[in-house]
Design a binder for this molecule. Structure first.
Ligand SMILES: C[S@@+](CC[C@H](N)C(=O)[O-])C[C@H]1O[C@@H](n2cnc3c(N)ncnc32)[C@H](O)[C@@H]1O
Length: 274
């Protein structure tokens, strides 16, 4: 009598999915724990699909394209002291695109981020709502169609606002954009969706977010590889180093790449694993 076969054919799709889920370190070593100097869409499109667990980022806000002189009256969010009055001078980037072009660009950036994200990955996308021509401009035109799961409020210090028509803005937002299988780290949900974190002093970059903010995002996840495609002065990398996660930074300005590398080296010395 013929014995019943116990052989189960290999499912090639499962095999491929498993291979993509665990990208060998040797393939990733070119990317990990470095600041890559260049345009973030170009660079992300060269990275392997599904190679990043979490993205923590804050793009340029296009703040100089604002009615009412945004920066000049100090209501530019992180841009207090009019640090960005000349745009990102070092990056030769003036932060003043026509609004529709800016939205199109940011949607291209988010699309490139979704491509490099694992199936259980997420993007923490920091942005700011503002008043334009007397009306609220929230950022749904950028994120619409992307899988936004939650909006976290980053409660920060207020700026000066000489406009008697609305209250001084004291918060920014973080869109939590998730692939379907994303889960927070165990018990991380208890921290709630309003985060009170002070702005960081003593950073020469004109528009940094605090390392603590990046740290809160990263430690809320079990991510192994964290990416920031607009890494500026390296805050996300410093937070990732502190939490002993791998990271990938991208920045278009050579000067800010240098600044980020200097800050990361200094942080490594403090953390004593540099
Ligand atoms: C809001 S800042 C990010 C600051 C950063 N979170 C920090 O804490 O220092 C945005 C950064 O994006 C950079 N940038 C602008 N266009 C870029 C592009 N196409 N690709 C990569 N970086 C870009 C700017 O030079 C700037 O440093």
């Amino acid at each position: 009598m013929k014995e019943k076969s116990t052989f189960t054919p290999i499912d090639m799709d499962d095999l491929l999915t498993a291979a993509v889920k665990h990208i060998p370190d040797r393939l990733m070593s070119h990317w990990l724990n470095k600041v890559h100097c260049g345009d973030c869409v170009d660079i992300m499109n060269q990275m392997p699909v599904g190679s990043v667990d979490v993205i923590v980022t804050s793009p340029p806000y296009n703040i100089r394209n604002s009615t009412g002189g945004g920066l000049r009256n100090g209501s530019g969010g992180k841009w207090e002291n009019a640090a960005l009055l000349n745009g990102y001078a070092e990056a030769n980037y003036d932060d003043a695109m026509p609004h529709d072009k800016y939205v199109e660009w940011q949607r291209q950036c988010l699309t490139a981020m979704m491509r490099v994200l694992t199936d259980d990955g997420a993007i923490f996308y920091n942005h700011k709502w503002r008043v334009q021509g007397g009306l609220l401009q929230e950022r749904s035109d950028i994120v619409s169609g992307f899988p936004v799961r939650q909006i976290i409020i980053w409660q920060r210090d207020g700026g000066f606002n000489f406009n008697p028509g609305y209250f001084v803005p004291t918060y920014e937002v973080i869109y939590l954009i998730c692939k379907p299988d994303f889960k927070l780290a165990p018990k991380a949900n208890g921290v709630g969706d309003v985060w009170r974190i002070s702005q960081e002093a003593n950073n020469p970059h004109p528009a940094p977010f605090p390392v603590e903010l990046a740290q809160r995002c990263i430690e809320s996840t079990t991510a192994r590889v964290v990416c920031d495609p607009f890494i500026g002065s390296g805050s996300t990398a410093i937070a990732a180093e502190a939490l002993r996660r791998e990271w990938i930074g991208i920045e278009v300005s050579k000067d800010y790449c240098k600044l980020a590398n200097e800050r990361i080296q200094a942080a490594r010395k403090l953390l004593k694993h540099g």
